[in-house]
Write a protein that binds this ligand. Structure first.
Ligand SMILES: Cc1cc2nc3c(=O)[nH]c(=O)nc-3n(C[C@H](O)[C@H](O)[C@H](O)COP(=O)(O)O)c2cc1C
Length: 304
């Protein structure tokens, strides 16, 4: 298959504001930190930040980045606050809260409490001064360890490195019997480009087995007729390539699969047309791959 057409885009040829549109559209979806901070005088601030992720397991660290304002390079209140009081609560919103989160992003004057503007409830934190959002399904109380400026022009980022010292999780999102969050219960929201958001729905979730317990043969060792097949996708081939050499089908297993009712039917039906036979067996293998029946898919793909 020919490689799809691509367009080269060089940041230096565009205004930062235009290149930003490509960045936020392609680096998506991004989780959102709903950051609660306090000023030196104790005024509470709450703002969303989608330049946000986990950056360390031990110690548990999060990072988010308030950029300077594009119009006048001024500092956002959140950054001003964490310089004065190096503590923050990073709240995580679900779909039920997304409009209130958006409301809190409005540029209210410094000193205006966005909890009040967005109709959210302050809950006292255990270990830091900023309050957490009582309505949020998860909240991380953090100490700000470092602030790293990433430039000095309009729109420059400021990495706020946050060490988590306490967390709060709504009971109903927790996994039963082991540590962790049930992805089917947390209807997380995230940010894309433009005004787009996404919402996690159970029907959009799937698992991918991690290949860390064994070493699969890899694409380069797949038989050429499979690697170059127009019928198998990259995902199909990756499932086949994730099988260890020792688990590849034996001649006896390949002979055995010929007796499987669907395989036997296709072999018989297309006995006079080798190409059609191969095509139909490959389509059957695809269906089995989609159902996780990788060993059987391998066998049927080696039948002819
Ligand atoms: C979903 C969402 C994500 C945002 N992410 C960021 C971000 O990562 N960095 C940033 O500087 N501003 C971001 N903003 C804009 C800030 O929330 C906005 O500038 C806010 O007014 C800053 O408030 P503050 O001055 O009270 O800190 C985001 C807004 C929304 C709605």
């Amino acid at each position: 298959m020919p490689a799809p057409a691509t367009r080269p885009v060089t940041p230096a040829d565009l205004s930062p504001a235009d290149f930003y549109q490509y960045l936020i559209g392609a680096v998506a979806p991004r989780p959102i930190a709903f950051a609660s901070t306090v000023s030196a005088e104790g005024a509470v601030n709450l703002s969303p930040y989608s330049f946000f992720t986990i950056v360390s397991q031990n110690p548990p660290m999060l990072v988010f980045s308030p950029t300077s304002r594009g119009r006048d390079n001024s500092e956002k209140d959140t950054l001003h606050n964490v310089r004065a009081v190096p503590e923050v609560v990073i709240n995580i919103c679900d779909y039920a809260l997304v409009e209130q989160l958006s409301l809190a992003s409005a540029e209210y004057p410094s000193g205006v409490n966005e909890f009040t503007k967005a109709g959210l409830t302050e809950a006292k934190s255990d270990k830091v001064r900023p309050p957490r959002v009582a309505e949020c399904p998860a909240a991380f109380e953090c100490v700000v360890e470092q602030i790293i400026a990433l430039g000095d022009g309009p729109g420059h980022g400021n990495l706020v490195l946050c060490r988590v010292v306490q967390a709060h999780f709504r009971e109903d999102i927790l996994l039963a019997g082991k540590p962790g969050i049930d992805p089917l219960k947390l209807e997380a929201v995230s940010r894309l480009g433009g005004d787009w958001y996404s919402r996690l729905r159970p029907e959009n979730l799937f698992t991918v087995g991690r290949p860390n317990r064994h070493l699969g043969i890899g694409f380069d060792e797949l038989p050429a007729h499979l690697r170059h097949s127009d019928l198998l996708t990259g995902n199909d081939l990756a499932k086949l390539a994730n099988v260890e050499r020792a688990a590849l089908p034996t001649p006896a297993q390949i002979a055995e699969i010929k007796a499987e009712p669907m395989v036997a039917y296709l072999l018989h039906k297309h006995r006079d047309d080798a190409a059609e036979q191969q095509k139909q067996l490959t389509l059957l293998a695809r269906q089995w791959l989609a159902k996780g029946r990788v060993a059987e898919a391998w066998r049927v793909l080696l039948v002819s």
